[in-house]
Design a protein around this ligand. Structure first.
Ligand SMILES: [Zn+2]
Length: 712
């Protein structure tokens, strides 16, 4: 579910901050990374329509219309809760799939759009309104974009062309790569700022593998017809982009083949998605001289200058095994290939703001081929999302004023406290952990900071220049602004109030180094949080998501960080052994689920998310029952024909009602740490001790098996 290249998930600087979120990366990326756009093929550029044609409606908090009451919840809870969802929700041609996250994302996009249309035209605009309004206006002006041809990227293409084939030109690459990356062009590797894993009070520089055009390394290395075909489609796509920019077709085809060969060599030297989840494998703090010794001939100070980075004294060399191969490629690949690679990177980054043919070709590969999506999202949706990506807190400030109910924050906070209290009781009760480790776990739980809705202090965009007639310039300047803001943090104290998601985002996250849970206003809307529904439904929906984020602090990755957010070993060997036996149970269980065709869920890749889903639901149920007790709610009273616990579990399963294209499921399973939606519903239900009782299921049934897994 992607407006951008899934590959960005793997190699943008952002993932080095371990943020574990609730929605699949596809949706997360829609909101975060709006650099590369998508468009449908072979159609003339239609004049963009600024207004949504029909109103997107939020899903109800409790959705009877999606339920298949003929199904037996003890046999297939997903079918019972969501069986009619696909028939009622055909996949729109401009989406890879539809689920409650996507529906709400569409609702929010529509709301952002109405804010932006006003900001575009109103008189006496504030400086922030000028920026969001003009960014949107320029993005929507496809006539100007089409008429401009390659003018907006020409300075970049000229700089790349000016590189010669000699060793002097290779020396100049460091500075050029830095200039490109600062503008948001993904070239060869990633560089950014992170909290030091072992001392969360410090903000340091990190550098890591990158530069791949396909979602992750195995796309280059897997055998099998689908992958071989995909690689040839990737080559054809790169060649087409280069041809559109003026290369003779034969030369472009040759360059594209060579680019694939170079990227394949880089892929071979890259860590895979499972290894990238392990903080010890991506933490190698080094004096800068030690690091630069692994980059012979690469002028690192010039690179830092071009990136507007301070000259750092130490760096987290996240992927040491990558640099020898990168250096080999930069030294030995012929300059024609390196120049074609850089040209392609510029074109794909800029595609949304280049003439229609570029935008269409970029969509054809990243949307149609990779995700099976027949049509590109409407321009007004893409431009609204792009403003959220570039100026998220300027737009978010207005969004929160207009669409976030005043008392939502207080009600959410009560649920958060209820679920944290449930986790405290759960930690006390579990029988596999020693008192010593339990005490430290309780300490960590007590230190979790709760952030709800929006930042206390809004970001200052004063120095970012946005013009009404410069779509690509706006995007590149916004990328550079964000780059500089991030790198400016190196060496400074940590700002604990900072958010990694914009307020309208339909997602939530736990941050290991901050030890905080974050719920943007965008997800605190129906169906996830519905003021008209009772506790059973809201604890099943958003309560399970709160529990999910909290449990991330104690999953296979989060458990390695302590109360202060430092990577440190606070577990006794026996407790760790017990924990690992329990996580192995989940790895095996989820690894046995088939996602699509011949592709099974990757139990290791999804372990953290599955742990969070399972713990989150258990905690939310404990919290709901406790809340019912304290507020004297009759949980056996039936509403819409169901008891409180039944509605709790139905609401949870309905978080994951879905209708998804098989290509998109395939792409998700191969590189995303979240299991596919249906599996998130049933895979979690089978491990819930409260479920059998709620629905009167006899053991064993498919949803109440003889053996199940339990960590938290
Ligand atoms: Zn998560």
């Amino acid at each position: 579910m992607i407006e951008t290249r899934a590959t960005l998930i793997a190699d943008l600087p952002r993932p080095i901050r371990i943020l574990s979120c609730v929605a699949a990366s596809a949706l997360a990326s829609l909101v975060f990374l709006s650099a590369a756009g998508l468009s449908c093929m072979a159609q003339p550029p239609a004049p963009p329509v600024a207004t949504p044609p029909a109103a997107e409606k939020p899903l109800p908090g409790f959705d009877l219309s999606s339920m298949d009451l003929s199904a037996d919840p003890c046999t297939d809870m997903y079918k019972f809760a969501c069986g009619k969802f696909p028939a009622n929700h055909p996949i729109p041609p401009d989406q890879p799939g539809v689920d409650p996250f996507y529906v709400l994302y569409n609702v929010n996009t529509q709301e952002l759009n109405s804010i932006l249309q006003k900001a575009e035209t109103s008189a006496n605009r504030s400086p922030d309104e000028q920026k969001i309004g003009d960014y949107f206006k320029a993005c929507m002006d496809t006539s100007a974009i089409n008429a401009g041809g390659l003018k907006s990227v020409q300075p970049w293409l000229d700089k790349i062309d000016a590189l010669g084939g000699d060793s002097v030109s290779r020396m100049k690459l460091a500075g050029l790569i830095g200039e490109l990356q600062r503008d948001g062009v993904d070239a060869f590797f990633g560089y950014g700022e992170q909290q030091d894993y072992k001392d969360a009070t410090k903000q340091i520089a990190f550098i890591q593998q990158g530069g791949l055009g396909m979602p992750e390394k195995d796309y280059y290395l897997r055998s099998g017809d689908k992958d071989v075909k995909l690689r040839s489609q990737y080559v054809a796509h790169v060649a087409k982009m280069l041809t559109l920019a003026g290369s003779p077709p034969e030369q472009a085809q040759k360059d594209a083949q060579n680019i694939l060969a170079m990227e394949t060599a880089l892929a071979q030297a890259s860590l895979g998605v499972v290894d990238m989840r392990e903080p010890e494998k991506t933490y190698h703090l080094q004096p800068i001289a030690t690091f630069t010794a692994s980059l012979p001939g690469f002028d690192f100070p010039s690179y830092e200058d071009a990136m507007h980075s301070p000259h750092v004294a130490e760096i987290n060399n996240a992927t040491p095994q990558f640099w020898p191969e990168l250096m080999r490629q930069l030294d030995t690949t012929d300059m024609a290939t390196i120049k074609a690679y850089l040209r392609y990177q510029v074109l794909t980054t800029a595609a949304r703001n280049l003439p229609h043919a570029f935008d269409a070709e970029n969509f054809d590969f990243y949307g149609r081929v990779l995700e099976g999506q027949p049509e590109q999202r409407a321009r007004w949706k893409r431009c609204s999302s792009a403003v959220d990506g570039a100026l998220g807190e300027a737009l978010g400030k207005v969004y929160v004023d207009q669409y976030f109910a005043g008392d939502s924050k207080a009600k959410m906070l009560q649920m958060v406290h209820d679920i944290e209290a449930a986790m405290g009781r759960d930690l006390d009760e579990i029988d596999w952990m020693s008192p010593a480790t339990k005490a430290l776990a309780q300490q960590k739980l007590a230190a979790v900071a709760n952030k709800i809705g929006y930042p206390d202090k809004w970001r200052d965009y004063t120095t970012l220049i946005i013009k009404p007639n410069d779509a690509l310039g706006n995007e590149l300047r916004a990328n550079a602004f964000e780059n500089d803001r991030e790198l400016n943090k190196i060496g400074k104290p940590v700002d604990k109030n900072e958010w990694q998601m914009s307020p309208p985002t339909v997602n939530a996250y736990y941050d290991d180094s901050m030890n905080n849970i974050n719920f943007p206003a965008g997800i605190l809307q129906p169906p996830f949080y519905d003021q008209t529904q009772d506790a059973a439904v809201n604890y099943g929906h958003i309560g399970a998501i709160i529990g999910h984020e909290l449990t991330h602090g104690f999953d296979d990755e989060g458990r390695k960080f302590d109360a202060k957010g430092d990577l440190s070993d606070w577990w006794t060997p026996d407790d760790l052994k017990n924990f690992t036996a329990r996580t192995d149970c989940l790895v095996n269980e989820y690894g046995s689920f088939t996602a699509v065709d011949d592709v099974k869920v990757n139990g290791k890749l999804t372990l953290g998310e599955n742990t969070a889903d399972n713990g989150g639901l258990l905690l939310a149920f404990m919290a709901y029952m406790q809340r019912a007790k304290e507020d004297h709610l009759d949980v056996n009273a039936k509403v819409s024909g169901f008891t409180g616990p039944q509605r709790f579990y139905i609401a949870f399963a309905q978080n994951y009602c879905e209708n998804t294209r098989p290509e998109a499921v395939r792409e998700q399973v191969l590189q995303d740490p979240h299991s596919p939606d249906q599996i998130r519903a049933n895979g979690t239900i089978v491990n819930q001790p409260g479920f059998a009782n709620a629905f009167g299921c006899k053991k064993p049934t498919p949803m109440v098996p003889a053996n199940s897994c339990r960590i938290w």
